[in-house]
Write a protein that binds this ligand. Structure first.
Ligand code: SF4
Length: 458
């Protein structure tokens, strides 16, 4: 198959020989990477803090990246749904945008009285060199609230750099003022869930049922006050490691909070994760409650999952998502449904992530780092893919090729975690893969692995 020579080391096929995939490197110029920018990464992590103000220091275009396309649910405050921007223009870029930023903060504090403000740096701010730190420090002092600079100029790296910038801002937010006491308790923090479709609520309910109190969720449906309680916790459970690994390491170092990895996507992962949490507390009563919960929930969803498994058995899937945690979870979930994952790629996976992905996949599966639409198209057709799981940028490509699509991005509204999420996940795949619409699309012979139509569900 043809692709750019410089991309050759970022693509491999699962075989007996494990090839070290080239990743964590700059995108190749001209390869039309699907990667998002640094600012986008920071926004993903911080935007779900519901009562905080999110102020984008840059041209208005950057501010379009907001709640509408990165939705997450709230149980109360909704300031986070409004995007604020300093709307930098040519004149500000020539003479500097600091005075505009100061005016914006003054006006917004007076009007909205937020408990904290995140000020995001964008490409142009990185170029002109506005001193965000100094402006934010002065504003914090003036208003007595955290005004936190997020060093997220789009061009300084990939989305991963943005995750780190967001975690640095979170660390500043939770740092206690001099003289403030941290009283430790038996509560835990849940890192790496953004409550896109209400997932944090589902998991909090499970934890409550087994007797575990959640002090703070980073950052789904969180508030500034809750997040500031995080250092009191006795454990961090970390789901999306790509975005939260740095924060959990720092919290271990600064507050002595240990962490364990969890995933609440797919029934097997939920079982393992709840048992791991109960093991940490080493509490027999909690362990018994976990088993009761698992039995009840499985009883509720098993008949439906069995039905969907029978319909979807053997269907071929491609995955292309931002982070490795999501890719790894998806492989397990598809396998639980009897589906065959024939291609997997991520925008930001690390070497150790690709080693896990390699081990999970079957022989012949394609593995790609930082791919582009041209490669995706070729691999999907060659592999006879019947469903693509991805984000907003991949959706159109799938539909243009007449391939079913599963949205596993921030735009979705359905919860995909927990047992309820496992049911939603299977139902959504069944609805799209087994839709009669594919039988009305004639794409000509030999387009789709030698077949002109997706195979009907039996
Ligand atoms: S920060 Fe830069 S790359 Fe990101 S949206 Fe703004 S202009 Fe585009």
């Amino acid at each position: 198959m043809e692709f750019l020579e410089e991309r050759k080391n970022s693509i491999t096929t699962k075989g007996r020989q494990k090839k070290q995939l080239e990743c964590e490197s700059e995108s190749i110029a001209g390869a039309v990477s699907q990667r998002a920018c640094v600012y986008c990464g920071a926004r993903v992590v911080l935007n779900p803090i519901t009562d905080a103000m999110h102020l984008v220091h840059g041209p208005i275009g950057c501010a379009s990246y907001t709640w509408d396309i990165r939705g997450s649910l709230t149980s109360g405050a909704d300031l986070f749904r409004t995007s604020f921007s300093t709307d930098l223009k040519e004149e500000d870029i020539i003479f500097g945008g600091e005075s505009k930023l100061i005016r914006a903060i003054d006006q917004l504090v007076e009007k909205y009285h937020p408990p904290a403000i995140f000020v995001y740096s964008t490409c142009v701010v990185g170029v002109i060199g506005d001193d965000l730190q100094a402006v934010c420090k002065k504003a914090s002092k003036k208003y007595g609230i955290p005004v936190l600079p997020v060093e997220s100029s789009g061009f300084i790296g990939s989305k991963v750099v943005g995750y780190r910038a967001a975690c640095d801002a979170l660390l500043q937010l939770i740092t206690h003022f001099e003289g403030e006491k941290i009283e430790k308790n038996q509560g835990i923090n849940f890192l790496g869930d953004f409550n896109l479709g209400g997932e944090a609520w589902i998991i909090k309910n499970y934890l409550q049922e087994i007797g575990v109190q959640v002090n703070a969720v980073f950052t789904g449906d969180s508030t500034v006050e809750e997040l500031r309680k995080a250092p009191s916790s006795c454990l961090n459970i970390v789901q999306c490691a790509g975005s939260m690994h740095y924060l959990s390491n720092k919290m271990a170092e600064l507050y002595g909070i240990p962490s364990i990895s969890v995933s609440f996507f797919g029934s097997q992962s939920i079982e393992q994760s709840l048992r791991k949490i109960a093991d940490f507390f080493d509490d027999q009563q909690m362990k018994a409650k976990v088993e009761i919960l698992l039995e009840l929930e499985m009883k509720r969803v098993k008949p439906a999952l069995d039905y969907y498994r029978q319909k979807l058995q053997g269907k071929k899937v491609a995955i292309y998502v931002g982070g490795a945690f999501k890719a790894i979870s998806l492989i397990s979930q598809f396998k639980e449904l009897g589906m065959e994952v024939v291609m997997t790629g991520t925008q930001t996976g690390k070497k150790e992530d690709y080693a896990v992905i390699h081990d999970l996949l079957d022989e012949g599966a394609v593995i790609v780092d930082d791919t582009n639409p041209a490669e995706l198209e070729k691999f999907m057709l060659a592999q006879g893919v019947e469903l693509l799981a991805g984000g907003v940028k991949e959706r159109l490509l799938a539909y243009k090729l007449g391939i079913a699509f599963l949205d596993h991005n921030h735009d979705r509204k359905e919860a995909l975690a927990g047992f309820e999420g496992a049911f939603n996940f299977a139902q959504e795949i069944f609805t799209t893969v087994c839709s009669p619409v594919w039988q009305h699309l004639d794409r000509g012979e030999d387009v789709f692995n030698g077949k002109s139509k997706l195979q009907e569900c039996s």
